[in-house]
Structures are given as structure tokens and as C-alpha cells.
Design a protein around this ligand. Structure first.
Ligand code: FES
Ligand code: FES
Length: 165
């Protein structure tokens, strides 16, 4: 049995045919929609490698059944930059050595974007570490990741203040 769902995927409306009701959002993205930026680590909700934004909130794509997502808005790492301009969190990860092998990085970045949007990041390293605790980095790049989230959070808050001034 197949069904058609509508997704807003990285800002673009897409009709997507689901031919297996058991397919996860992660497998849909990587294997059927040719968006391999979202990584598969544990495939069971424990590592955060597959983090995307679902209706603006952080979500583990490996735990979501695609068939239940009709009408959802999904942002993946592939849709974060605007043309050639990287998102401030992406810039901060580069500038602060927030990665080594880079495998966990898409999930870390999406989680950081969600955390900052939740308004919980601030610049307190402990709060950032707590807020990012669902994202595992086997390389142990946590120090750079924390610095990157701190810096991106500061820059985005300053930009917001500038925009509303
Ligand atoms: S692959 Fe989804 S949490 Fe690990
Ligand atoms: S940078 Fe290698 S797993 Fe995090």
C-alpha cells in the first residue's frame, strides 16, 4: 500500500510517495530524496546524528515514521545555508573547530539551531552542554561545539537586537 504525503522540505513543497509505511523520515531523506546530509548513527534515537528540525523543533529523524508526517515542515542540514551564505551556526562551528571527522556535525548543527531557537542556549556552557546532551560526538569535539554554540547564540541575539532597533 502506498500513500502520498505533502512535506515542506527545506522551504520547498514536495509531494512524496511513501510505498512502505514502515519507512522512517531518516531513510526517506537519505535513500529516497537524495539528501544524505542527515547522518545515520545508531538508528535508535540515542546519538543525535539524524537530528532535523520538524515544525521548527529538534527531532530524531530515525524515530519518526514518514507516513505520519503529512503537512510537516522539515529542515535538514542541506537546507540551512542560503545559497553560498552559511548559517551563523555553521560559520561558528568552522571558526571554533567544532568538528573533527564531521560525522556527527550535521546533527550537532541542527540541534544547536533548535536549541538557540528554543531560547535556552544563552552563553552559559553548562546550559549548552545540557541542551546538546542528546548529540554524541565520537571524536570528543565537545569543547569546540560548546564554544561554537555560545558564539552563534551571541551573534544571532545581537543581530536580532540590531534588526529590531
Ligand atoms: S541515528 Fe537517530 S539518534 Fe542516532
Ligand atoms: S566530529 Fe567526529 S563524531 Fe563528532
Amino acid at each position: 500500500m502506498s500513500l502520498c504525503i505533502n512535506l515542506t522540505l527545506n522551504g520547498e513543497a514536495r509531494d512524496v510517495i511513501i510505498d512502505d509505511p514502515r519507512v522512517t523520515l531518516l531513510d526517506l531523506l537519505r535513500e529516497r530524496l537524495a539528501l544524505p546530509g542527515t547522518k545515520k548513527g545508531c538508528d535508535r534515537g540515542q546519538c543525535g546524528a539524524c537530528t532535523v528540525l520538524l515544525n521548527g523543533q529538534r527531532a530524531n529523524a530515525c524515530l519518526m515514521l514518514a507516513a505520519g508526517l503529512d503537512g510537516a515542515e522539515i529542515t535538514t542540514i542541506d537546507g540551512l545555508a542560503v545559497g553560498e551564505t552559511l548559517h551563523p551556526v555553521q560559520v561558528a562551528f568552522i571558526e571554533n573547530d567544532g568538528f573533527q571527522c564531521g560525522y556527527c556535525t550535521p546533527g550537532q548543527i541542527m540541534s544547536a539551531v533548535g536549541l538557540i531557537a528554543e531560547g535556552d542556549a544563552g552563553s552559559d556552557p553548562e546550559r549548552i552542554r545540557e541542551g546538546m546532551s542528546g548529540n554524541i560526538c565520537r571524536c570528543g569535539a565537545y569543547h569546540g561545539i560548546t564554544l561554537a554554540v555560545q558564539e552563534a547564540s551571541r551573534r544571532m541575539a545581537a543581530k536580532d537586537e540590531g534588526d529590531t532597533a
